[in-house]
Ligand binder design. Structure first.
Ligand code: UDP
Length: 244
């Protein structure tokens, strides 16, 4: 096979071209970063776990009518995905207060947010991924009004599906980040990944805050047992899929 052309290398994934211009390969690495890449490390087998978790969650969403970039998962660290133009927004959905929301508002960790909050951050490391408003998104020409509305609708729909699914896994979906892209026909597809790197997930069997974290906060906050937490999420997801 010809050497694959690397199109882009991010913090957690590498994107390669294929012979088909409409198809890319997304390769999941074990590298972990936090705090805008000021903290760096590796989490054993994270790429494998996240590729599997994202594969199952994309399949779940597709089965419920959400269009995603996922095509197939030919090996344990690789996904074949539809080529899209990524919209440079991090679309964050929050069911409980955590992370930057607590820091910026003083809301207590775990405060229930109902209805859920959908927020937009600008995907720009140099600017520190700032929180955007609808008007800023519009004047920056990132998305128009109709696209912003569609992104909010999709984020809410995805949240409902994922919340129900994680509830069955006895995991609380605290918050998560989504990225979307546009295909050739300007359809909005869910892209990137959904994994313990991009979600806050709390084990409902545990009450102690440090014990219940099953996501990248274990790495961010040096809570230990990071790889084990990622494996636990995968095992619970697989158990639900195998029950079907
Ligand atoms: N998130 C992400 N990538 C980012 C920033 C946030 O995947 O670059 C996820 C994060 O894991 C959490 C949610 O988005 O599940 C909300 O993150 P928050 O705004 O609280 O920022 P953080 O506290 O992670 O800096």
């Amino acid at each position: 096979m010809a050497e694959r052309q690397k199109l882009y290398e991010g913090k957690a994934k590498i994107i390669y071209a294929t012979n088909d211009p409409d198809v890319l390969i997304s390769y999941f690495k074990d590298d972990a970063t936090a705090f805008n890449a000021q903290k760096r490390g590796q989490i054993a087998d994270k790429g494998i776990v996240n590729c599997k978790v994202a594969t199952h969650l994309f399949q779940l969403l597709e089965s419920q009518g959400v269009a995603t970039h996922w095509i197939e998962t030919p090996s344990e660290r690789e996904m074949r995905v539809r080529a899209v133009k990524i919209i440079p927004l991090e679309v964050v959905v929050r069911n409980l207060a955590a992370g930057s929301l607590c820091k910026q508002t003083g809301l207590a960790l775990g405060t229930v947010i109902a209805p859920p909050l959908v927020e937009f951050y600008y995907k720009d490391d140099a600017l520190g991924d700032p929180l955007l408003t609808r008007d800023r998104i519009r004047i920056m020409d990132i998305a128009d009004e109709a696209q912003i509305n569609e992104l909010i609708r999709l984020a809410e729909e995805i949240n409902t599906i994922l919340q129900t699914f994680f509830q069955r896994c006895q995991i609380t979906l605290v918050d998560f980040k989504l990225e979307f892209g546009l295909d050739q026909a300007n359809n909005i597809l869910l892209a990137d990944e959904i994994s313990p790197d991009t979600c806050r997930l709390w084990d409902q069997a545990k009450s102690d805050q440090a014990d219940r974290v099953l996501d990248k906060d274990r790495f961010r906050q040096d809570l230990g047992q990071v790889a084990e937490a990622y494996q636990e999420v995968l095992q619970r997801i697989l158990a639900q899929f195998n029950r079907k």
